[in-house]
Design a protein around this ligand. Structure first.
Ligand code: 45D
Length: 167
């Protein structure tokens, strides 16, 4: 059940991906804020999450400058080929989700670049936000997995070289 991709979900994934990169980041953060405490990473899921792996990657990001932290998040969305996006690409979908969750928590505790306080969602992003709010919790999780899954670079399936990184 948790892994079925409903049509509603795939339409929402497409809508999410058609937002510009910064709007995707902003919307994702607003979603995180909205979910509040309904997500507990400690919740033992019969899932493929690897907290140690997610934390290991997060710890690397924490060490970056704020500009680099933002760039890394943009790179994940645009599938830019870098060391970190390739490490990300090797994670399971649920571990990817946990990694994003750690980033969002980092934004709240000052270890990751925060959102500008006055940042506004576009009309399209706002509309999508409303739709996502209306989903059941399980459907939301499925949607988020489907959103974070194709981010980064899967080096086992993608051999496209990036001239700016040489990777
Ligand atoms: O200056 O089974 C802009 C687990 C532009 C457990 C910006 C789980 C301007 C196991 C781009 C706006 C917990 C894993 C700046 C399940 C500008 C399990 C910056 C569930 C600075 C199911 C924007 C996990 C930025 C779940 C930096 C449901 C935006 C996890 C960053 C959900 C946005 C995680 C971020 C969510 C958003 C994470 C980091 C919704 C993260 C969202």
């Amino acid at each position: 059940m948790a892994y079925t991709t409903s049509n509603a979900s795939s339409e929402l994934v497409t809508a999410f991906q058609s937002l510009d990169v910064d709007q995707q980041l902003a919307l994702f953060y607003f979603i995180y804020k909205e979910m509040g405490n309904s997500v507990t990473p400690a919740a033992p899921g019969a899932s493929t999450v690897s907290p140690t792996i997610a934390e290991g990657l997060f710890n690397q990001v924490k060490e970056l400058s704020q500009e680099e932290q933002l760039q890394l998040q943009r790179d994940l969305i645009t599938n830019k080929n870098t060391l970190i996006t390739r490490e990300y690409g090797a994670l399971s979908d649920t571990t990817k989700l946990l990694f994003w969750y750690l980033l969002a928590q980092g934004m709240d505790n000052g270890t990751v670049i925060p959102m500008p306080a006055d940042y506004k969602l576009s009309g399209a992003a706002e509309q999508l936000f409303t739709q996502i709010r209306g989903l059941e919790f399980d459907q939301q999780i499925t949607l988020f997995r489907n959103i974070v899954s194709p981010m980064g670079v899967d080096s086992t399936t993608s051999a496209v070289q990036d001239s700016s990184t040489g990777l």
